[in-house]
Design a protein around this ligand. Sequence first.
Ligand code: ADP
Ligand code: GN1
Ligand code: MG
Length: 367
Amino acid sequence: MEKKFDFKSIIGSFQLYGDLISVNPYGNGHINDTFEVVCNQSGTRVRYILQRINTNVFRDPVNLMENIRRVTAHLNSRCGDSRQTLTLVPAKDGKCYTVDAEGNYFRTYLFIENAQSYDILENSKQAYEAARAFGKFQADLADISGGRLAETIKDFHNTPVRVQNLENAIKMDKCNRLKDAAAEIDFVLSRKESCGKLIALQQQGLIPERITHNDTKLNNVMIDDATQSGICVIDLDTVMPGLAHYDFGDMVRTGTSPAPEDEVDLSKIYMRFEMFEALLRGYCSEAGKVLNDCELEYLPFAGALITLEIGTRFLTDYLEGDVYFKTHRPGHNLDRARSQFQLVRSIESQMDEMQKLLNNVRKEIKK
Ligand code: ADP
Ligand code: GN1
Ligand code: MG
């Protein structure tokens, strides 16, 4: 990581005790900078997670942190276990973040020990558990008090707006990359009509706004090493009003393929039906009680839509010159877009079976 920060002073401004031993980059996130901080507290090695908020992406870090403060306080009042809810370490001035001399915003969380987040799920038990944790998260936040949470990114899951952004990027072709992406552009534009489906259902009053996580990538849930249960939902920057489908859809995108998000060998990318089933059952075991019939009906569709949407965002970023997502090689965003579209194909081809399974699960919930 080429950026240099004055970690001693940043960490010194939080209510952390003991001697700082090390600070190292941590995790595989595409947006924020995450660091593992190790301190020596009277002979005990204690770890924390320090994050620099990406303010190019999150323009209003103060309201973002206020959302996170409210959400973690609410979850903590439900279950006071510091391994099951992220715990913010306060700064010495009482705020839940600090700003360094260069204007970078940092926050610190207690480190959740003896648990992992997985980029690729290894088995259907993990899928069930991760989805159950996200479903519980959604259900637990249904009665958060204090007014509507701030929208940390406007139109974050507004798929028609995401397609419009792609069309703008096509018109500009700033980096002369259009020539490499014709097939991918066709792929999105040929599905344009279905992109507004969920928003239309919401406008018709058939599906309600809820508090959703909006970034339910499967590596945003910690799985306990000993029990393999999904213990804690993390990465709370995008917790805000949304639709249940945004969360379930992104779980299908990230939890069903055996290959990574940027796999270049497209033959390795497909939706494992047993993982879809585990996600659906895990999610519904907690959220099923609150979802209405129309919400349930569109869960399989959400898997295809959100995968198409994130692929569209990768493609747009490729055309715009890789300005949003962190990239690690030339063409990285285009590779990511291609892999997402391959997964969309696979999800679409299994839609009938997904719908059949959904009907069974729905009957089980109603019993
Ligand atoms: P990003 O927004 O960049 O994805 P995350 O908040 O998801 O950042 O953090 C990146 C990674 O750091 C996670 O995938 C997880 O492995 C690890 N991580 C984040 N918070 C904690 C925590 N409190 N305890 C342990 N590991 C954490
Ligand atoms: C980003 O922060 P991270 O890596 O969990 C992105 C998500 C995308 C995801 C694709 C704020 O998530 O929307 O789905 O990359 N987060 C933001 O991997 O844009
Ligand atoms: Mg993350």
